[in-house]
Design a protein around this ligand. Structure first.
Ligand code: FAD
Length: 414
């Protein structure tokens, strides 16, 4: 009831119903077990998605996808997002890692890795962040050295969702110690059973049940066939992967509507001072603000998704990066605000595990930090606006709309 489909095509609206029906069948016990860290990864959930052909919707049918646009995928992501961030991440990983494999992999790599993740037969993960830092991606210190036909990988990656169970990871490593960073990194497909060591499993505030780990490579030999894309040119893969990375974060955040629904339902029943709390303006205004922000975020996410679709189809020359960053920034901050409002409406019981809102709140805090922190989103947004968008526009000289516009002597800038 809190979603709306006015921007969607008929096909996308139908997809929402299909995913919604599927989500309704997911056993709540899985969510509870994940939050208790009793599972390492929602493997059965991923298999069930694959059976319904819900993974990698965007990829062509020949690889197991449905060849749908990004706009459709965001709808599915919102629906899956109501199940929490862990499940949302497991679902999104196919889209993120799949993007790298689909765009930069050769046919053998697509056969060996892309098809199996879409079919739910292999689990993938991505390793960008290092103990040294995540925001400064190009500062990567994990390195790979070419020895004959193999690359020897050394280093470690931190906070890798699915790190414990993944069959393979996309790992970025420095392959040219002398070149500038944007010409020095290479992406590798690294299978876990080649000897990747799991050295730390994190005790997380939320986002549990995903086997989030620090993974370590000690003289790991990677055959040259496992290089993804061009040697020393991983920059293009990284830039491309950031689209699904951030759009999935943004669209998944719309799943916060589950928390709002719980709070609204509660406010219709709970009484204080002899009245339903929904009758208090202090409460119903929170609902109004939450709904407005949720709808605004959904529209922005959809717009960003459309921008990517049109760019990819060659119908737009506008690089969608700014809109994607805005969508990630706005949707994750919206979700944090809305889940806090939901908890406030529930009062003290919201702070217990009687309702799922406290788990959702713990989960959603992560949205502001990962897939590029929200500070990094702001760095990108302002950079695009100042440096790449050709401002000021030539549409109209707005300064001349001022009464005293001609007083150039008053326009002092230094
Ligand atoms: C549960 C969890 C799961 C994760 N999953 C994955 C995963 O699967 N794969 C993966 O590769 N990574 C993953 N991450 C890592 C995540 O993407 C990073 O934590 C994030 O990018 C921030 O990096 P950092 O933690 O090293 O913080 P830092 O980069 O050290 O940043 C610390 C602070 O400084 C700010 N900052 C840094 N640079 C700037 C700047 N230029 N301008 C303004 N502020 C700045 C940041 O915004 C942040 O507030 C995960 C993290 C968590 C917690």
């Amino acid at each position: 009831m809190l979603e709306n489909d006015f921007l969607l095509t008929e096909e996308e609206a139908k997809l929402r119903e299909e995913v919604k029906e599927f989500v309704a069948t997911v056993d709540p016990e899985l969510l509870r077990k994940m939050d208790k860290n009793e599972v390492d990864y929602p493997l059965d959930f991923i298999k069930a998605c694959a059976e319904k052909k819900l993974l990698g919707l965007r990829f062509p049918e020949e690889y197991g996808g449905r060849g749908m646009p990004w706009t459709a995928e965001t709808v599915a992501l919102e629906e899956i997002g109501v199940l929490g961030m862990g499940i949302g991440c497991a679902y999104s990983m196919v889209s993120i890692v799949g993007e790298a494999l689909y765009r930069f992999g050769n046919e053998w790599q697509k056969e060996e890795f892309l098809k199996p993740i879409i079919k739910g037969k292999k689990i993938s993960a991505e390793g960008l962040t290092e103990p040294r830092g995540g925001s400064d991606f190009f500062g990567t210190t994990t390195k790979a050295e070419k020895r004959g036909d193999v690359w020897v990988l050394n280093g470690s990656k931190r906070f890798i969702a699915g790190g414990k169970v993944a069959d393979f990871y996309i790992i970025y490593a420095r392959t040219d110690p002398n070149a500038p960073s944007h010409k020095a990194l290479t992406a590798f497909i690294v299978e876990r059973d080649r000897g990747v060591e799991i050295e730390e499993l994190y005790n997380l505030m939320g986002f549990r049940g995903m086997g989030t780990a620090r993974i370590v490579f000690k003289d790991l030999e990677i055959p040259k066939e496992y290089v993804l894309g061009e040697v020393n040119n991983a920059r293009v893969i990284f830039n491309r992967m950031m689209i699904p990375e951030r759009l999935t974060s943004a669209a998944g955040s719309l799943g916060v509507r589950a928390a709002l629904e719980v709070a609204m339902k509660y406010s219709e029943k709970r009484k204080a001072f002899g009245r339903k709390i929904r009758d208090f303006q202090g409460v119903n205004f929170m609902v109004a603000e939450a709904l407005t922000k949720l709808d605004a975020a959904r529209a922005l996410v959809y717009n960003a998704a459309k921008a990517v679709d049109l760019y990819d189809q060659g119908k737009s020359t506008l690089d969608p990066r700014r809109l994607v960053s805005e969508a990630k920034l706005f949707a994750t901050e919206m979700a944090w605000d809305v889940v806090n409002k939901a908890m406030q409406i529930l009062g003290g019981i919201g702070y217990t595990q009687v309702y799922p809102v406290e788990r959702m709140l713990r989960d959603l805090r992560l949205g502001l930090i990962w897939t590029g922190s929200n500070e990094i989103m702001k760095v990108l947004i302002q950079h695009e606006a100042y440096n790449l968008m050709g401002l000021p526009s030539k549409d109209r000289d707005y300064e001349k709309d001022a009464m005293d516009w001609y007083k150039e002597w008053e326009k002092v800038y230094e």
